[in-house]
Design a protein around this ligand. Structure first.
Ligand code: AVI
Length: 323
């Protein structure tokens, strides 16, 4: 077209102003639509995720809890003493509470992207542990993470980075490795990374955990379309999308998707996106590792050695990695 011809004005869309909306629109307008899993966790999504953690089918939470309970002394013995406990994605600090009286913690750093929200939780933890200096740190540890200036002298007070919940599994290995390498750079010579990963097991057990009978995971998944509507002004009808969780053997991950139950016409970022019947939006990957494969990931991230604790079925692994 001649350069002089005026372009038709594009209707203004929230994506013009909000980078989160722009990211959502970009993913949804691709030929293979996708939504980053971080968008699953709005206030409603967090409530639904807490409900998932209580489900019979969702074994990771209770299995990790049981490993922590039964192996706490053995794990604590393997940690430096004294130490500073760095709780990555601390939320309400609940998972660290039981550890603090078993390890020689002088400082506690609760790191979370939602700093204002976490400040209260860290303060209440501090009130219960007057001998431990408790600090809330607002940081997104999944992206270019560097809080080394907050750790002080790591030779004198080695950090233990605590990253429970098998959340590392929601990152593809090529993203997880640099993230783990970033963690390692915080440790100094004597620090440790205490991290959990969900292990590969019978496919039916893994699939059930992401397709529960009550439909809580389905609600958690569909809720992300409400998040899209709110942030981008799109007009998804979540009830017209079906929750699906399938195991991708080759990548060794559960892939969570939303599949159009019939042809859908959705306005997204000023455009009309047609989802054909059966077309999927990928919303999450949850990688499942063998102990060897997770060990190899730690090696690739530059850790020199690691130990693992597991449950009697070998379903879940708690890894302690050394720089
Ligand atoms: C947070 N993350 C470890 C969960 C998982 O198992 O991958 C998220 C989740 N998605 C559906 N159910 C749970």
């Amino acid at each position: 077209a001649p350069a002089s011809r005026p372009r038709p004005a594009r209707p203004e869309s929230p994506a013009d102003a909000d980078p989160r909306a722009a990211e959502l629109c970009e993913g949804l307008l691709r030929r293979s639509a996708r939504i980053d899993p971080k968008f699953l966790y709005d206030a409603q999504g967090c409530v639904l995720f807490s409900a998932i953690c209580e489900l019979d089918e969702y074994y990771p939470t209770r299995t990790e809890r049981e490993i922590f309970r039964s192996q706490r002394e053995a794990i604590a013995q393997a940690l430096p003493d004294p130490l500073q406990w760095v709780d990555l994605g601390c939320g309400d600090c609940a998972k660290s509470r039981d550890w603090l009286s078993h390890v020689g913690a002088r400082r506690y750093l609760g790191v979370d992207i939602a700093a204002e929200w976490v400040t209260g939780a860290v303060a209440s933890l501090g009130a219960q542990h007057p001998g431990i200096e408790c600090v809330a740190v607002g940081a997104d540890f999944t992206a270019g993470f560097d809080i080394r200036d907050r750790l002080g002298d790591v030779q004198a007070l080695p950090p233990v980075l605590f990253y429970p919940g098998s959340s590392i599994g929601n990152f593809a290995p090529d993203v997880a490795v640099p993230m783990l390498a970033g963690f390692r750079r915080h440790l100094g010579p004597h620090g440790r990374l205490l991290i959990s990963a969900d292990l590969r097991k019978d496919t039916a057990v893994m699939k059930r955990a992401y397709a529960d009978a009550l439909g809580v995971t389905a609600a958690f998944n569909r809720n992300v379309l409400r998040v899209c509507n709110r942030l981008t002004g799109s007009d998804f009808r979540p009830e017209n999308f079906l929750h699906q969780a399938r195991f991708d053997e080759a990548r060794s991950c559960i892939e969570m998707r939303l599949v159009a139950g019939s042809r859908q016409f959705v306005r997204i970022g000023g455009q009309l996106r047609v989802f054909e019947e059966g077309e999927a939006i990928v919303t999450e990957h949850s990688y499942k590792y063998t102990p060897e494969r997770f060990g190899a990931l730690l090696d690739e991230a530059g850790f020199s050695s690691h130990r693992m604790w597991t449950d009697p079925h070998g379903w879940f692994g708690v890894f302690l990695a050394q720089p």
